[in-house]
Design a protein around this ligand. Structure first.
Ligand SMILES: *[C@@H]1O[C@H](CO)[C@@H](O)[C@H](O)[C@H]1NC(C)=O
Ligand SMILES: *[C@@H]1O[C@H](CO)[C@@H](O)[C@H](O)[C@H]1NC(C)=O
Ligand SMILES: *[C@@H]1O[C@H](CO)[C@@H](O)[C@H](O)[C@H]1NC(C)=O
Length: 449
C-alpha cells in the first residue's frame, strides 16, 4: 500500500516540491483534503466521450446536405429556411446522422432544437455560415444568432467558419460610443443544455458579441478552435462557459476584443490546456457576484497557455456585495508575453459607468495554485491580489513564478488581504515573502493598513 501511494505521488509533476505539504500544513486550508486531492489530480484526464458518442465517422451515418433542402450557398441569398428544414429532417431521423454545410451560407438567427430522435448528430461545417447583419432580423431574440438547444450527443465540426459579421454591433455598442444606450448583442454560437457535446476544428470570427458560449451543459469537449475578432471589438469574448460541468477545452487559439476564455457561475470541473490568447483580456474566472448575487465556480484547471499582449493573464474578478465562492483553481505552465496584469485577483471589480459603492460581503476566493508562470509584464505590477477586507483570499499558493518587466527590469507585486504560501522561486513577491521562506513558506494575511 505504501509503495503504491509513493509511486502515485511521484508520478505527478509536483514531485520536486510537493505542494501537498503546504496544503497539509497550512492553517488556512482546512477543507478536509479536497484541495489536496484536486492538486494531485492529473490534468490529462480525457473525458470518455468517444464511447458516449459512438462512431461518428460520416461513412457510418445517414447524410443530409443542406444544399438538397434548398440552400443556395452563394453567401447572398438567405438560406435560413433550408437550415431549418434540414435540421427538422435530421433531428427526427433514427440512427446517427450528419448534416453537411459545404458552401457559404447567409443565415439569420436560428435555433436548432432538440430533443432529437437521432442517436447522435454531427453538424459538419466545411464551408461557412455568415450572419445577417441586419439588426431587425434579431428582433425576436436579440441575444442569439446560432443556437443548439437541448441536443444530446452532438458534434459540431468540419474545419469551416462561423462568421458573425459583427461590425454593425461593435459600432453601436455603448463601449464604442458612450452616447449610445448599453444593449446586448447576439452571441454567435450558443450550446445550451447539450450533454455529451463535441465542438472541434472550427474558425469562429467577428462575433457580434460573445463568440462561443457553453451554457447549462455537461460533458463537453472543445478543441481546435480558432477565434478571431479585432482587438477593439467590444465584449467579444472568445469562449464563455456558464453553468456547465465537465468541460475540456484544448488546443485553441483565441484573439479578440474581450476575454479569451471567461468562466462564470455554475461552472464546475473545467480543464483548459494548450491555449493561445491575444490580443484580448486574458483568461478570466468571473465576473462573479454582480448585483449582490450568490455565485459559485470550482474545479478549474488552466494548464499550458501562452498569452501575448493581453490586458490580463490569469484573472479572477468579483464584484463587491456578492457572495458564494470561487475555489479549487490551478493555473499552471503559463507563458506571459507583454501582458499588462499577468496574475490578478480583483475583488473590487466594477464594470459600470457609475462608481461602485463599498460593500462588506464578497465572493470568497479560496484555494488557488499558481505554478510555473513565466514571462513579461507590460505594467510595473505583474502580480496583484486586490482582495476583500472582510473575505480575504485564502489558500493562495505560488510556486515558481518568474515575471519581469517587458524590456527588462524588476516587476512588483501588490498584495492586499491575501493569505498565501509559496514554494520555489517566486518573483515578484509580496515584500514579506523572503521572511516567509525562512519560516518554511507558510502564509499570513497581508494587509495595507
Ligand atoms: C448560479 O448557479 C447556480 C447553480 O447552477 C444557480 O442555482 C444560481 O441560480 C445561479 N446564480 C445566479 C445569480 O444566476
Ligand atoms: C508592450 O505592451 C505595451 C502596452 O500594451 C505596448 O505599448 C508596447 O509597445 C509593447 N511592447 C512590445 C515589445 O511589444
Ligand atoms: C483595488 O481595486 C480597486 C478597483 O479596481 C482599485 O481602485 C484599487 O486601486 C485597487 N487597489 C490596489 C492596491 O491596487
Amino acid at each position: 500500500m505504501i509503495m503504491i501511494y509513493f509511486v502515485a505521488c511521484y508520478s505527478t509533476n509536483l514531485q520536486e516540491d510537493p505542494l501537498s505539504s503546504i496544503v497539509v500544513n497550512s492553517p488556512y486550508i482546512n477543507d478536509g483534503g479536497i484541495f489536496k486531492d484536486f492538486l494531485m489530480q492529473s490534468t490529462d484526464h480525457v473525458l470518455s466521450l468517444k464511447s458516449k458518442l459512438g462512431d461518428t465517422s460520416p461513412s457510418s451515418m445517414k447524410t443530409f446536405n443542406v444544399d438538397q433542402y434548398g440552400a443556395q450557398g452563394d453567401g447572398k441569398t438567405d438560406d435560413t429556411k433550408a437550415f431549418k428544414k434540414v435540421w427538422q429532417v435530421a433531428c427526427s431521423s433514427k440512427g446517427s446522422v450528419v448534416v453537411l454545410a459545404q458552401k457559404n451560407y447567409l443565415v439569420k438567427p436560428i435555433t436548432f432544437s432538440g430533443p432529437c430522435k437521432s442517436k447522435s448528430i454531427v453538424v459538419q461545417i466545411s464551408g461557412s455560415l455568415v450572419a445577417s447583419d441586419n439588426p431587425s432580423d434579431y428582433k425576436q431574440d436579440p441575444t442569439h444568432w446560432l443556437m443548439f438547444d437541448s441536443v444530446q450527443k452532438l458534434s459540431v465540426k468540419g474545419g469551416g467558419t462561423i462568421h458573425g459579421n459583427g461590425n454593425i454591433w461593435w459600432q453601436n455598442s455603448c463601449k464604442t460610443n458612450k452616447k449610445l444606450p448599453c444593449k446586448e448583442a447576439p452571441t454567435a454560437l450558443t450550446l445550451y443544455k447539450c450533454n455529451n457535446l463535441v465542438v472541434e476544428d472550427l474558425n469562429v470570427k467577428n462575433g457580434q458579441q460573445i463568440h462561443v458560449q457553453f451554457q447549462n451543459s455537461a460533458n463537453v469537449r472543445v478543441s481546435g478552435l480558432t477565434v478571431t475578432a479585432p482587438e477593439d471589438s467590444p465584449n467579444t469574448d472568445g469562449i464563455h462557459v456558464t453553468n456547465t460541468q465537465n468541460i475540456q477545452i484544448s488546443n485553441s487559439i483565441i484573439g479578440t476584443g474581450d476575454d479569451c476564455i471567461s468562466i462564470v457561475n455554475g461552472t464546475k470541473n473545467l480543464k483548459a490546456t494548450d491555449i493561445t490568447c491575444g490580443p484580448g483580456h486574458g483568461i478570466s474566472i468571473g465576473s462573479l457576484g454582480e448585483g449582490g448575487s450568490k455565485e459559485f465556480v470550482s474545479g478549474i484547471t488552466v494548464n499550458g497557455a501562452k498569452l501575448s499582449r493581453t490586458t490580463n493573464g490569469v484573472r479572477i474578478k468579483t464584484w463587491q456585495g456578492g457572495s458564494g465562492s470561487a475555489s479549487n483553481i490551478k493555473f499552471q505552465n503559463i507563458q506571459m508575453e507583454n501582458v499588462t496584469n499577468p496574475i490578478i485577483i480583483d475583488q473590487n471589480y466594477c464594470d459600470q459607468q457609475s462608481p461602485c459603492q463599498k460593500q462588506k460581503s464578497a465572493v470568497q476566493i479560496r484555494n488557488v495554485l499558481y505554478q510555473n508562470i513565466k514571462g513579461t509584464s507590460a505594467s510595473d505590477v505583474a502580480m496583484q491580489f486586490n482582495c476583500s477586507q472582510n473575505f480575504p483570499c485564502q489558500g493562495i499558493l505560488l510556486q515558481n513564478i518568474g515575471l519581469e518587466l517587458e524590456g527588462g527590469g524588476e516587476a512588483k507585486a501588490s498584495c492586499n488581504n491575501v493569505k498565501l504560501s509559496y514554494r520555489g522561486n517566486v518573483s515578484p513577491s509580496c515584500n514579506y515573502i523572503e521572511e516567509m521562506h525562512e519560516l518554511g513558506g507558510f502564509g499570513k494575511t497581508h494587509s495595507m493598513n
